[in-house]
Design a protein around this ligand. Structure first.
Ligand SMILES: [Zn+2]
Length: 83
């Protein structure tokens, strides 16, 4: 099955997928947000301490704070390509 509910199967080996998940649980790719710039009503462009930028949804739910850290997909991709 190469597609499952619209999700494409990763070309990565299963053990590497699990290793990446463990790294994400440890927060290895979590980066501090240094600047947020409104991009649309619902989304900001968040500049991260690593220099990468990613979209982040604006929180409208009462009592819910905007995150101070986000995981960086680009840092994760660089880590994967360095293996
Ligand atoms: Zn990054």
């Amino acid at each position: 099955m190469d597609s499952f509910y619209g999700f494409e199967r990763s070309p990565l080996p299963l053990d590497l997928i699990l290793e990446i998940r463990e790294a994400m649980k440890r927060g290895d790719f979590d980066k501090r947000i240094v600047k947020r710039t409104p991009y649309s009503v619902d989304v900001d462009a968040a500049e991260l301490e690593c220099g990468h930028t990613r979209p982040v949804a604006v929180e409208y739910e009462k009592g819910k704070d905007e995150p101070e850290h986000l995981y960086c997909r680009e840092c994760r991709a660089l880590w994967i390509s360095s293996l």
